[in-house]
Design a protein around this ligand. Sequence first.
Ligand code: FES
Length: 232
Amino acid sequence: MADKKEKEVKKEMVTVLIMGKAYKVPADATIMGAIEYAGYQIKRGAGCREGFCGACATAYRLPEDYKIYTGLACTTLVEEGMWLAQLPAIPAQKPVYDIEKLAADVTAFQVIYPEVFRCVACNTCTKSCPQDLEVMDYIQAAKRGDIDMVMDLSFDCLSCGMCAIRCPAEITQFNVGVLGRRLFGRYLSKESRQLKKRVEEVKAKKFDKEFEELMKMTKEELKKRYYARDME
Ligand code: FES
């Protein structure tokens, strides 16, 4: 009986390699869960833990498979034989620019991210996006100066950086998307009456009492309030 139970428990475990060392972890764990199960404390490379912040980029290989895969550690499930490496940050140049001095057309990309024009349309960036965004398409849109399209296609980008890891043209696609969205916000978006009203309300201290109340809450109380909120 004890044997049978043991076998059942064993069946639910898989072996993964974390930085080259083998660990048995629950088969239904996310990569992040497996790393913590193995005893590591994740100090960099974790944020929301729910697939929203892009902090947990991971590179991995699978047995008998030459490809390098990428994924978010908090949402990608482990697989038998996975070889994992956490990427606490993706190195990327971060140009400083004054949005007021840029025009909402192709010249902005020519000046700030000229490497965009080296894009060879290999689609590697799109294939590596954990959000399934059409990354290459928004890079092509940037080349045409189509700011609307850059904004639209990159809108759900988490800036996890995985698109940029293997780009042969060395483009940092996620930063290009940020520029497109900034240009759109500064020059092309229509004025939002609701936003204007809300900003005025904030300035008039309409929500100060509620903020003070929130600041005094414990983590548990905040969680309860968060999950009980009205979803729009
Ligand atoms: S921790 Fe935020 S996306 Fe994974």
